[in-house]
Design a binder for this molecule. Structure first.
Ligand SMILES: C[C@H](O)[C@H](O)[C@H]1CNC2=NC(N)=NC(=O)C2=N1
Length: 98
């Protein structure tokens, strides 16, 4: 199991990913970003691209699709917090949206 990043480590990593924010889901730390779209179907299609990435790397986010908005939250369930694996997925997600 990989180690959960400390708050300081996470804070320093997130400087490179300004659209991502440290939040928590059910008391567990995560990193979360919201993408804005013109409508529901565009948000849903982008969610599908993130889902394919998750399947490829066997590391899965929480995806919340709503009209014009997709929220993506990453944390490592097995570690109970944010690990290097989540940061790698953050970088891949950002690359998707360039
Ligand atoms: C059995 C399967 O490989 C594991 O459950 C994987 C699946 N995807 C995962 N995704 C995330 N975010 N954390 C995990 O610990 C995790 N574990």
């Amino acid at each position: 199991m990989t180690d959960v990043l400390t708050e300081e480590e996470l804070k320093s990593h997130l400087i490179r990913y300004p659209e991502w924010h440290r939040e928590s889901v059910g008391g567990v730390a995560c990193v979360r970003r919201i993408w804005i779209f013109d409508n529901f179907i565009d948000a849903f299609r982008f969610a599908g691209r993130v889902a394919e990435l998750a399947e490829k790397y066997n590391h899965h986010p929480q995806l919340t699709v709503s009209w014009g908005e997709l929220a993506v939250a990453w944390w490592s369930h097995d570690a109970g917090g944010v690990t290097q694996a989540d940061l790698e997925m953050v970088a891949l997600c950002d690359h998707l949206s360039t």
